[in-house]
Write a protein that binds this ligand. Structure first.
Ligand SMILES: NC(=O)c1ccc[n+]([C@@H]2O[C@H](COP(=O)([O-])OP(=O)(O)OC[C@H]3O[C@@H](n4cnc5c(N)ncnc54)[C@H](OP(=O)(O)O)[C@@H]3O)[C@@H](O)[C@H]2O)c1
Length: 324
Protein backbone atom coordinates (compact mmCIF):
# COMPACT_ATOMS: atom_id res chain seq x y z
CA UNK A 1 0.00 0.00 0.00
CA UNK A 2 0.99 3.66 -0.32
CA UNK A 3 1.91 5.80 2.65
CA UNK A 4 3.34 9.29 3.02
CA UNK A 5 6.21 9.65 5.49
CA UNK A 6 9.13 11.88 6.37
CA UNK A 7 12.65 10.82 7.42
CA UNK A 8 13.79 14.29 8.48
CA UNK A 9 12.11 17.50 9.66
CA UNK A 10 11.72 20.29 7.15
CA UNK A 11 9.46 21.84 4.52
CA UNK A 12 6.70 20.07 2.58
CA UNK A 13 9.36 18.52 0.32
CA UNK A 14 10.42 16.09 3.06
CA UNK A 15 7.08 14.25 2.63
CA UNK A 16 7.79 11.13 0.54
CA UNK A 17 5.44 8.52 -0.90
CA UNK A 18 6.61 5.05 0.16
CA UNK A 19 5.41 1.47 -0.27
CA UNK A 20 4.50 -0.06 3.09
CA UNK A 21 3.06 -3.30 4.43
CA UNK A 22 -0.68 -3.32 5.03
CA UNK A 23 -1.08 -3.14 8.83
CA UNK A 24 -3.19 -5.70 10.70
CA UNK A 25 -5.28 -4.68 13.70
CA UNK A 26 -4.19 -5.96 17.11
CA UNK A 27 -6.55 -6.66 20.01
CA UNK A 28 -8.96 -3.77 20.47
CA UNK A 29 -7.98 -2.24 17.12
CA UNK A 30 -9.59 -1.80 13.74
CA UNK A 31 -8.03 -1.38 10.31
CA UNK A 32 -9.72 0.96 7.86
CA UNK A 33 -9.53 1.25 4.06
CA UNK A 34 -9.10 5.00 3.94
CA UNK A 35 -11.33 7.10 1.70
CA UNK A 36 -10.24 10.61 2.77
CA UNK A 37 -7.79 12.13 5.24
CA UNK A 38 -8.39 15.48 6.90
CA UNK A 39 -5.29 17.70 6.98
CA UNK A 40 -4.60 19.28 10.36
CA UNK A 41 -2.21 22.05 11.36
CA UNK A 42 -0.69 19.48 13.76
CA UNK A 43 0.46 17.47 10.70
CA UNK A 44 2.54 20.48 9.62
CA UNK A 45 3.92 20.93 13.13
CA UNK A 46 4.93 17.25 13.17
CA UNK A 47 6.71 17.60 9.82
CA UNK A 48 8.44 20.89 10.52
CA UNK A 49 9.41 20.58 14.18
CA UNK A 50 8.62 17.07 15.43
CA UNK A 51 5.39 17.84 17.31
CA UNK A 52 4.30 14.52 18.88
CA UNK A 53 6.80 12.58 16.76
CA UNK A 54 8.29 9.71 18.85
CA UNK A 55 10.81 8.58 16.17
CA UNK A 56 11.69 8.84 12.47
CA UNK A 57 10.56 7.90 9.86
CA UNK A 58 7.14 9.25 10.80
CA UNK A 59 3.80 9.06 9.01
CA UNK A 60 1.62 12.11 9.81
CA UNK A 61 -2.16 12.34 9.90
CA UNK A 62 -4.82 12.31 12.60
CA UNK A 63 -8.25 11.95 11.02
CA UNK A 64 -9.77 9.74 8.34
CA UNK A 65 -12.96 8.43 6.88
CA UNK A 66 -13.30 5.05 5.21
CA UNK A 67 -14.65 1.53 5.53
CA UNK A 68 -13.69 -0.98 8.20
CA UNK A 69 -11.30 -3.49 6.62
CA UNK A 70 -10.70 -5.84 9.59
CA UNK A 71 -11.46 -5.90 13.30
CA UNK A 72 -9.09 -7.13 16.01
CA UNK A 73 -10.11 -9.43 18.87
CA UNK A 74 -12.35 -7.91 21.51
CA UNK A 75 -13.81 -5.24 19.26
CA UNK A 76 -17.58 -4.87 19.44
CA UNK A 77 -19.96 -2.57 17.62
CA UNK A 78 -17.91 -2.26 14.42
CA UNK A 79 -18.24 -4.53 11.38
CA UNK A 80 -16.20 -5.10 8.23
CA UNK A 81 -17.42 -2.79 5.45
CA UNK A 82 -19.00 -0.27 7.85
CA UNK A 83 -18.44 3.40 7.02
CA UNK A 84 -16.51 5.12 9.81
CA UNK A 85 -14.65 8.26 10.77
CA UNK A 86 -11.62 7.87 13.04
CA UNK A 87 -9.13 9.83 15.06
CA UNK A 88 -5.78 8.07 14.86
CA UNK A 89 -2.26 8.79 16.02
CA UNK A 90 -0.78 5.94 13.97
CA UNK A 91 -0.30 7.95 10.78
CA UNK A 92 -3.37 8.58 8.65
CA UNK A 93 -1.55 9.42 5.39
CA UNK A 94 -1.90 5.88 3.98
CA UNK A 95 -4.21 3.54 2.05
CA UNK A 96 -4.88 1.50 5.20
CA UNK A 97 -4.78 2.77 8.76
CA UNK A 98 -5.03 1.00 12.10
CA UNK A 99 -6.85 2.81 14.89
CA UNK A 100 -7.84 2.04 18.45
CA UNK A 101 -11.49 0.93 18.26
CA UNK A 102 -12.34 3.50 20.95
CA UNK A 103 -11.56 6.31 18.52
CA UNK A 104 -13.39 4.81 15.52
CA UNK A 105 -16.90 6.18 15.10
CA UNK A 106 -19.67 4.89 12.82
CA UNK A 107 -20.36 7.60 10.27
CA UNK A 108 -23.69 9.20 11.21
CA UNK A 109 -26.50 8.56 8.72
CA UNK A 110 -26.54 11.21 6.02
CA UNK A 111 -22.85 12.13 6.42
CA UNK A 112 -20.84 11.22 3.30
CA UNK A 113 -17.31 9.78 3.47
CA UNK A 114 -15.88 13.05 2.13
CA UNK A 115 -17.52 15.18 4.82
CA UNK A 116 -16.77 12.48 7.41
CA UNK A 117 -13.03 13.05 7.13
CA UNK A 118 -13.42 16.66 8.20
CA UNK A 119 -15.01 15.76 11.54
CA UNK A 120 -12.95 13.60 13.96
CA UNK A 121 -10.35 16.16 15.08
CA UNK A 122 -11.82 19.57 14.35
CA UNK A 123 -15.43 19.19 15.44
CA UNK A 124 -14.96 17.62 18.92
CA UNK A 125 -12.18 20.14 19.52
CA UNK A 126 -14.43 23.05 18.58
CA UNK A 127 -17.28 21.62 20.67
CA UNK A 128 -14.99 21.23 23.71
CA UNK A 129 -13.67 24.78 23.32
CA UNK A 130 -17.15 26.29 23.21
CA UNK A 131 -19.01 24.03 25.62
CA UNK A 132 -17.08 21.47 27.70
CA UNK A 133 -14.09 23.64 28.59
CA UNK A 134 -15.14 27.15 27.49
CA UNK A 135 -18.61 26.83 29.13
CA UNK A 136 -20.08 29.51 26.91
CA UNK A 137 -23.35 30.97 28.19
CA UNK A 138 -26.04 32.63 26.05
CA UNK A 139 -25.44 36.37 25.77
CA UNK A 140 -21.66 36.13 26.22
CA UNK A 141 -19.02 37.36 23.79
CA UNK A 142 -16.26 35.27 22.24
CA UNK A 143 -12.89 35.99 20.59
CA UNK A 144 -11.35 33.32 18.32
CA UNK A 145 -7.90 33.25 16.68
CA UNK A 146 -7.53 31.50 13.29
CA UNK A 147 -11.22 32.11 12.63
CA UNK A 148 -11.16 31.05 8.95
CA UNK A 149 -9.39 27.71 9.54
CA UNK A 150 -10.76 24.24 10.30
CA UNK A 151 -11.32 24.64 14.04
CA UNK A 152 -12.15 28.34 13.58
CA UNK A 153 -15.03 27.82 11.14
CA UNK A 154 -16.59 25.21 13.43
CA UNK A 155 -16.16 27.38 16.54
CA UNK A 156 -17.86 30.37 14.91
CA UNK A 157 -20.95 28.35 14.08
CA UNK A 158 -21.08 26.54 17.44
CA UNK A 159 -20.66 29.74 19.44
CA UNK A 160 -23.42 31.49 17.52
CA UNK A 161 -25.73 28.48 17.92
CA UNK A 162 -25.00 28.50 21.67
CA UNK A 163 -26.45 32.00 21.84
CA UNK A 164 -23.29 34.12 21.89
CA UNK A 165 -24.14 37.82 21.74
CA UNK A 166 -21.15 38.47 19.50
CA UNK A 167 -18.42 36.26 18.05
CA UNK A 168 -15.21 38.07 17.08
CA UNK A 169 -12.58 36.41 14.91
CA UNK A 170 -8.93 37.17 14.19
CA UNK A 171 -7.27 36.19 10.89
CA UNK A 172 -4.14 37.09 8.91
CA UNK A 173 -5.73 38.48 5.72
CA UNK A 174 -8.76 40.42 4.47
CA UNK A 175 -9.81 37.49 2.26
CA UNK A 176 -9.96 35.25 5.32
CA UNK A 177 -11.97 37.87 7.21
CA UNK A 178 -14.83 37.88 4.72
CA UNK A 179 -14.70 34.07 4.58
CA UNK A 180 -15.02 33.75 8.38
CA UNK A 181 -18.06 36.01 8.38
CA UNK A 182 -19.92 33.30 6.49
CA UNK A 183 -19.35 30.93 9.43
CA UNK A 184 -20.85 32.67 12.44
CA UNK A 185 -18.47 35.58 13.02
CA UNK A 186 -20.04 38.99 13.62
CA UNK A 187 -16.79 40.90 13.17
CA UNK A 188 -13.35 39.72 12.07
CA UNK A 189 -10.11 41.60 12.77
CA UNK A 190 -7.05 41.30 10.55
CA UNK A 191 -3.81 41.05 12.54
CA UNK A 192 -3.91 43.43 15.53
CA UNK A 193 -6.94 42.75 17.69
CA UNK A 194 -6.38 44.04 21.24
CA UNK A 195 -7.52 47.60 20.48
CA UNK A 196 -10.18 46.40 18.05
CA UNK A 197 -11.77 44.21 20.73
CA UNK A 198 -11.75 47.15 23.12
CA UNK A 199 -13.51 49.31 20.53
CA UNK A 200 -16.06 46.62 19.60
CA UNK A 201 -16.99 45.95 23.25
CA UNK A 202 -16.93 49.54 24.54
CA UNK A 203 -13.84 48.70 26.54
CA UNK A 204 -15.46 45.79 28.37
CA UNK A 205 -13.60 42.93 26.68
CA UNK A 206 -14.88 39.44 25.85
CA UNK A 207 -16.14 36.68 28.13
CA UNK A 208 -14.34 33.84 26.37
CA UNK A 209 -11.12 33.89 24.31
CA UNK A 210 -9.88 30.83 22.40
CA UNK A 211 -6.17 30.78 21.57
CA UNK A 212 -4.26 28.28 19.37
CA UNK A 213 -1.36 30.70 18.75
CA UNK A 214 0.44 31.24 22.09
CA UNK A 215 3.16 33.77 22.90
CA UNK A 216 2.28 37.43 22.39
CA UNK A 217 -1.14 36.51 20.96
CA UNK A 218 -2.02 34.65 24.15
CA UNK A 219 -0.95 37.64 26.21
CA UNK A 220 -3.13 39.96 24.08
CA UNK A 221 -6.04 37.51 24.30
CA UNK A 222 -5.78 37.55 28.11
CA UNK A 223 -5.70 41.34 28.03
CA UNK A 224 -8.85 41.28 25.86
CA UNK A 225 -10.91 39.42 28.50
CA UNK A 226 -13.70 41.08 30.43
CA UNK A 227 -13.79 40.83 34.23
CA UNK A 228 -14.23 37.12 35.19
CA UNK A 229 -13.41 36.18 31.58
CA UNK A 230 -12.04 32.78 30.53
CA UNK A 231 -9.27 31.88 28.12
CA UNK A 232 -8.75 28.42 26.61
CA UNK A 233 -5.31 27.67 25.14
CA UNK A 234 -5.25 24.83 22.60
CA UNK A 235 -2.16 25.28 20.45
CA UNK A 236 1.09 27.10 19.83
CA UNK A 237 0.99 28.00 16.12
CA UNK A 238 3.42 30.86 16.75
CA UNK A 239 6.15 28.48 17.91
CA UNK A 240 6.96 30.94 20.70
CA UNK A 241 8.24 29.59 24.06
CA UNK A 242 5.65 27.94 26.29
CA UNK A 243 3.60 30.58 28.08
CA UNK A 244 3.22 30.99 31.81
CA UNK A 245 0.51 32.88 33.63
CA UNK A 246 -0.06 33.49 37.28
CA UNK A 247 -1.31 35.69 40.09
CA UNK A 248 -0.42 39.08 38.54
CA UNK A 249 -2.44 38.42 35.38
CA UNK A 250 -5.35 36.52 36.95
CA UNK A 251 -6.17 38.01 40.38
CA UNK A 252 -7.03 41.64 39.55
CA UNK A 253 -9.87 40.82 37.14
CA UNK A 254 -10.77 37.28 38.31
CA UNK A 255 -9.65 35.64 35.06
CA UNK A 256 -9.41 31.89 34.36
CA UNK A 257 -7.12 30.05 31.96
CA UNK A 258 -7.80 26.50 30.78
CA UNK A 259 -6.33 24.18 28.18
CA UNK A 260 -7.48 21.44 25.85
CA UNK A 261 -5.81 18.66 23.82
CA UNK A 262 -7.92 16.18 21.89
CA UNK A 263 -4.96 13.84 21.36
CA UNK A 264 -4.19 13.65 25.06
CA UNK A 265 -7.89 13.12 25.76
CA UNK A 266 -7.91 10.23 23.26
CA UNK A 267 -4.94 8.63 25.04
CA UNK A 268 -6.01 9.21 28.63
CA UNK A 269 -9.81 9.26 28.62
CA UNK A 270 -11.23 7.56 25.52
CA UNK A 271 -14.70 7.36 27.08
CA UNK A 272 -14.75 11.15 27.53
CA UNK A 273 -13.61 11.54 23.92
CA UNK A 274 -16.43 9.27 22.79
CA UNK A 275 -19.06 11.31 24.64
CA UNK A 276 -17.59 14.53 23.30
CA UNK A 277 -17.43 13.17 19.75
CA UNK A 278 -21.05 12.00 19.83
CA UNK A 279 -22.19 15.43 21.06
CA UNK A 280 -20.08 17.11 18.40
CA UNK A 281 -21.12 14.89 15.49
CA UNK A 282 -24.77 15.57 16.36
CA UNK A 283 -24.17 19.22 15.43
CA UNK A 284 -23.02 18.18 11.95
CA UNK A 285 -26.03 15.90 11.51
CA UNK A 286 -28.59 18.51 12.56
CA UNK A 287 -27.00 21.17 10.35
CA UNK A 288 -25.76 23.42 13.16
CA UNK A 289 -22.22 23.13 11.76
CA UNK A 290 -21.04 22.83 8.18
CA UNK A 291 -17.35 22.16 7.69
CA UNK A 292 -16.39 23.54 4.28
CA UNK A 293 -13.87 21.57 2.21
CA UNK A 294 -11.99 24.19 0.21
CA UNK A 295 -9.32 22.04 -1.44
CA UNK A 296 -8.77 18.35 -2.14
CA UNK A 297 -5.51 16.65 -3.15
CA UNK A 298 -4.51 13.08 -3.96
CA UNK A 299 -2.62 11.24 -1.20
CA UNK A 300 0.57 11.54 -3.24
CA UNK A 301 0.08 15.33 -3.38
CA UNK A 302 0.15 15.72 0.42
CA UNK A 303 3.05 18.17 0.13
CA UNK A 304 0.83 20.55 -1.86
CA UNK A 305 -1.77 20.53 0.90
CA UNK A 306 0.98 21.31 3.43
CA UNK A 307 2.23 24.16 1.23
CA UNK A 308 -1.24 25.68 1.06
CA UNK A 309 -1.86 25.50 4.80
CA UNK A 310 1.71 26.48 5.67
CA UNK A 311 1.45 29.64 3.57
CA UNK A 312 -1.50 30.73 5.75
CA UNK A 313 -3.70 30.95 2.66
CA UNK A 314 -6.02 28.03 3.41
CA UNK A 315 -9.56 28.34 4.70
CA UNK A 316 -11.92 25.70 6.06
CA UNK A 317 -10.75 22.11 5.69
CA UNK A 318 -8.20 20.56 3.32
CA UNK A 319 -8.60 16.89 2.37
CA UNK A 320 -6.42 14.16 0.90
CA UNK A 321 -8.34 11.77 -1.37
CA UNK A 322 -7.02 8.27 -0.79
CA UNK A 323 -9.40 5.66 -2.26
CA UNK A 324 -8.63 5.21 -5.96
N1 LIG B 1 -5.61 21.28 21.25
C1 LIG B 1 -6.31 20.56 20.40
O1 LIG B 1 -6.94 19.58 20.77
C2 LIG B 1 -6.35 20.98 18.97
C3 LIG B 1 -7.10 20.21 18.05
C4 LIG B 1 -7.14 20.66 16.72
C5 LIG B 1 -6.45 21.81 16.35
N2 LIG B 1 -5.73 22.49 17.28
C6 LIG B 1 -5.03 23.72 16.92
O2 LIG B 1 -5.97 24.59 16.37
C7 LIG B 1 -5.38 25.38 15.37
C8 LIG B 1 -6.17 25.23 14.09
O3 LIG B 1 -5.98 23.91 13.61
P1 LIG B 1 -6.52 23.47 12.18
O4 LIG B 1 -5.99 22.11 11.94
O5 LIG B 1 -7.99 23.72 12.14
O6 LIG B 1 -5.73 24.44 11.20
P2 LIG B 1 -6.30 25.67 10.32
O7 LIG B 1 -6.91 26.66 11.24
O8 LIG B 1 -7.14 25.14 9.23
O9 LIG B 1 -4.97 26.26 9.66
C9 LIG B 1 -3.88 26.71 10.43
C10 LIG B 1 -4.22 28.01 11.18
O10 LIG B 1 -3.11 28.45 11.88
C11 LIG B 1 -3.01 29.86 11.77
N3 LIG B 1 -1.56 30.09 11.68
C12 LIG B 1 -0.69 29.54 10.85
N4 LIG B 1 0.56 29.95 11.12
C13 LIG B 1 0.46 30.77 12.15
C14 LIG B 1 1.41 31.50 12.89
N5 LIG B 1 2.71 31.45 12.62
N6 LIG B 1 0.95 32.25 13.89
C15 LIG B 1 -0.36 32.30 14.16
N7 LIG B 1 -1.31 31.61 13.50
C16 LIG B 1 -0.88 30.85 12.50
C17 LIG B 1 -3.76 30.28 10.53
O11 LIG B 1 -4.58 31.40 10.81
P3 LIG B 1 -4.28 32.87 10.25
O12 LIG B 1 -3.39 32.76 9.06
O13 LIG B 1 -5.60 33.46 9.92
O14 LIG B 1 -3.62 33.54 11.41
C18 LIG B 1 -4.71 29.09 10.29
O15 LIG B 1 -6.02 29.37 10.69
C19 LIG B 1 -3.91 24.91 15.24
O16 LIG B 1 -3.08 25.76 15.97
C20 LIG B 1 -3.96 23.53 15.85
O17 LIG B 1 -2.72 23.14 16.36
C21 LIG B 1 -5.67 22.10 18.57
Amino acid sequence: MRAVEFQEYGGPEVLKVVEADVPEPGPGEVSVDVAYVGVNFADLKARSEGYRVPSLPFRPGLEISGRVRAVGTGVTGLAVGQKVAALTQDGAYADVVVADAGTVFPLPAGVALRAGATLPSVLPTAYALVHTVGRLQPGETVLVQGAAGGVGTAVGQLAKAAGARAVYGVVSSAAKASYAQEYGYDEVFVGEFEQAVGAATDGRGVDLALDPVGGETLRASLASLARFGRLVSYGNASGEPAWTVGQPELYPRGLSVAGFSILTLAQTAPEELRTLTEQAFATAVDGTVTLPVTAEFGLEEAAQAHRLMGARTSTGKLLLRVAR
